[in-house]
Design a protein around this ligand. Structure first.
Ligand code: GDP
Length: 443
C-alpha cells in the first residue's frame, strides 16, 4: 500500500499529541520536527515541506479554540487540513468542452503509464459519465504503443483511431479530432509519445500537437514511484505545455508518497486521477481530503462508502452511511453488509480503507474468509431483538446462539466484542473527522 512509511510515522507522532488536554508551543515545535522528517523521508519536495510546516505551526498556535475537540485533536485537525490543501483542497473534475468533442491530450515519460491510463480514462468516462470516447494512437515511436492501445480498445470494445507509424503524430491528432467530430464522439483522448527523459524534440512535437488541436485538457501522467523525479518531470512539462492536471499512476505500489504530496504545490495544477493498479478499471478520481485522511490514519471511510455505492444499491449505501454516522448500526445491518462485502472484492483492500488500519496493523490481522461464514451463521441465529439490541444477549442466549450456529460460545463472545469495538471505532472516527466533528471524540 502506498504511504505506508509516511502514514506510520505521522500516526506515531500524532498519537503522542492526540489525547493531550494542553498543548504547549514546545509540544508543537517538537511535533513539527518529527512531521518534517517524516515528510522529507517520504520524498516530499523540501520547499513544500518548509511551507507546510510553517503554515501548520502558525495555524496550530494561533487558532481559536473549539469546544468539541481537545487541543491535541485540534493540532491533528490542522495537519489534516493543511495536508488536504497541499494536495488540492477539492476534487478536480475532468474538463467538458462546450462543444463536442472534448479533446484530452495525454503526455508523460515512457513507462509512466500513459497508454494504460488513456484506456482507463476512456473506460471511466464511459462507465461513470456515459460518454463515448474515441482513442487516438499518436505514439509512433515506441514500437508496441499503437498495438497496445488497439488491444486495450478491443478489450473495451471502444474505437481506436490510428494511421500507423509512418504519419506524423501532429497529423494523426488532427485527423483523430476530425474523425471524432464526424462520428459524434464526445471525447477524443490522444495517447502521445514519451521518451525516457525529457528532450527538446519531444517537447517541440507535443507543443505542435497542442497548437494544432487546441486540447481542452492536457493531462500529465506521472509514475508516483519515482518520487522527486516525478515532481521535476511535472515542473518541466508544465513549463513547456501548461498542463491542466496530473494523473498519478502506480499509487497501489510501495510509493513513499512524495510525488502525491508535492505535485500540486510545485506545479499548481491539480492531481485529477490516481492509478491504483494495472487493470483497466483501476483508475480513481483523486480526492485530496480522503488522501490526507488516509495518510493520517483516519481511514478512508468516504472511499469505502463510495466503493459500496458502486457495488450495491445506492439507497442502501446512503442509509448505511447515515447509520454509521449516527451509530444506529445493528446486527441486521451488519449481516446485510456482510453479503455486500462479499461482492466488493478482497477484504484486505477494504480493511485498508478503514480508520486505524494501515497495512502495518493489518499484519496481525489475518483475514480469514471462512471466518465470515461462521460470523454469518452466528448473526443468523440471533432473534430480531438480539440483532437490534445486542446488550440483551446474556449467558443463556449466547449458549443458544452458539448451538444454533454450530459454533462455540467463545466464537459468539468474540463476535459481540468485535461488533462493539467496531462501533466504538466508528464513533471515535466520527469525532475525529475534521470539521465535521459534532460529536465529542475521546481521541
Ligand atoms: P507508457 O509508456 O507511458 O504508455 O506506459 P504504459 O501504459 O505502457 O505502462 C507501463 C507499465 O506500467 C505497464 O506495465 C502498466 O501495466 C503499468 N501501469 C500503468 N498504470 C499503473 C498503475 O496504476 N498501477 C500499476 N501497478 N501499474 C501500472
Amino acid at each position: 500500500m502506498a504511504f505506508e512509511g509516511l502514514a506510520a510515522r505521522l500516526q506515531g507522532t500524532l498519537t503522542k499529541i492526540r489525547g493531550k488536554g494542553k498543548v504547549s508551543e514546545q509540544d508543537i515545535k517538537e511535533m513539527m520536527r518529527e512531521v518534517r522528517l517524516a515528510l522529507l523521508e517520504a520524498d516530499v519536495n523540501f520547499k513544500v515541506v518548509k511551507q507546510f510546516i510553517a503554515s501548520v505551526k502558525e495555524k496550530a498556535l494561533g487558532q481559536e479554540v473549539m469546544k468539541s475537540l481537545t487541543p491535541g485533536q485540534q493540532v491533528i485537525k490542522v495537519v489534516n487540513e493543511e495536508l488536504t490543501t497541499l494536495m488540492g483542497s477539492e476534487q478536480s473534475k475532468i474538463a467538458v468542452a462546450s462543444k463536442a468533442p472534448t479533446i484530452v491530450m495525454m503526455v508523460g515519460l515512457q513507462g509512466a503509464g500513459k497508454t494504460t491510463t488513456t484506456a482507463k480514462l476512456a473506460n471511466y468516462l464511459r462507465k461513470k459519465h456515459n460518454r463515448k470516447p474515441l482513442l487516438a494512437a499518436c505514439d509512433v515511436y515506441r514500437p508496441a504503443a499503437i498495438k497496445q492501445l488497439e488491444t486495450l480498445g478491443k478489450q473495451l470494445d471502444m474505437p481506436v483511431f490510428s494511421l500507423g507509424d509512418q504519419v506524423s503524430p501532429v497529423e494523426i491528432a488532427k485527423q483523430a479530432v476530425l474523425k471524432a467530430k464526424e462520428e459524434h464522439h464526445d471525447y477524443v483522448i490522444l495517447d502521445t509519445a514519451g521518451r525516457l527523459h525529457i528532450d527538446e524534440s519531444l517537447m517541440a512535437e507535443l507543443s505542435e500537437i497542442k497548437a494544432t488541436v487546441n486540447p481542452d485538457e492536457i493531462l500529465l501522467v506521472v509514475d508516483s514511484m519515482t518520487g522527486q523525479d516525478a515532481v521535476n518531470v511535472a515542473e518541466s512539462f508544465n513549463e513547456q505545455l501548461s498542463i491542466t492536471g496530473a494523473v498519478l499512476t502506480k499509487l497501489d505500489g510501495d510509493t513513499r508518497g512524495g510525488a502525491a504530496i508535492s505535485i500540486k504545490a510545485v506545479t499548481n495544477t491539480p492531481i485529477k486521477f490516481a492509478g491504483m493498479g494495472e487493470k483497466i478499471d483501476q483508475l480513481e478520481p483523486f480526492y485530496p481530503d480522503r488522501m490526507a485522511s488516509r495518510i493520517l490514519g483516519m481511514g478512508d471511510v468516504l472511499s469505502l462508502i463510495e466503493k459500496a455505492q458502486s457495488n450495491v444499491d445506492e439507497e442502501k449505501a446512503k442509509e448505511l452511511e447515515k447509520k454509521l454516522r449516527t451509530m444506529d448500526f445493528t446486527f441486521d445491518d451488519f449481516l446485510e453488509q456482510l453479503e455486500q462485502v462479499k461482492s466488493m472484492g478482497p477484504l484486505e483492500d477494504l480493511l485498508g480503507m478503514m480508520p486505524g488500519m494501515n497495512k502495518k496493523g493489518m499484519k496481525d490481522l489475518k483475514v480469514d474468509e471462512k471466518q465470515l461464514v461462521r460470523v454469518e451463521a452466528i448473526v443468523k441465529s440471533m432473534t430480531p431483538l438480539e440483532k437490534r439490541d445486542p446488550s440483551v444477549i446474556n449467558g443463556s442466549r449466547r449458549k443458544r446462539i452458539a448451538k444454533g450456529s454450530g459454533t462455540t460460545i467463545q466464537d459468539v463472545n468474540r463476535l459481540l466484542k468485535q461488533f462493539e469495538d467496531m462501533k466504538k471505532m466508528m464513533k471515535q472516527m466520527t469525532g475525529m473527522q475534521a470539521g465535521k466533528g459534532k460529536k465529542k471524540g475521546k481521541g
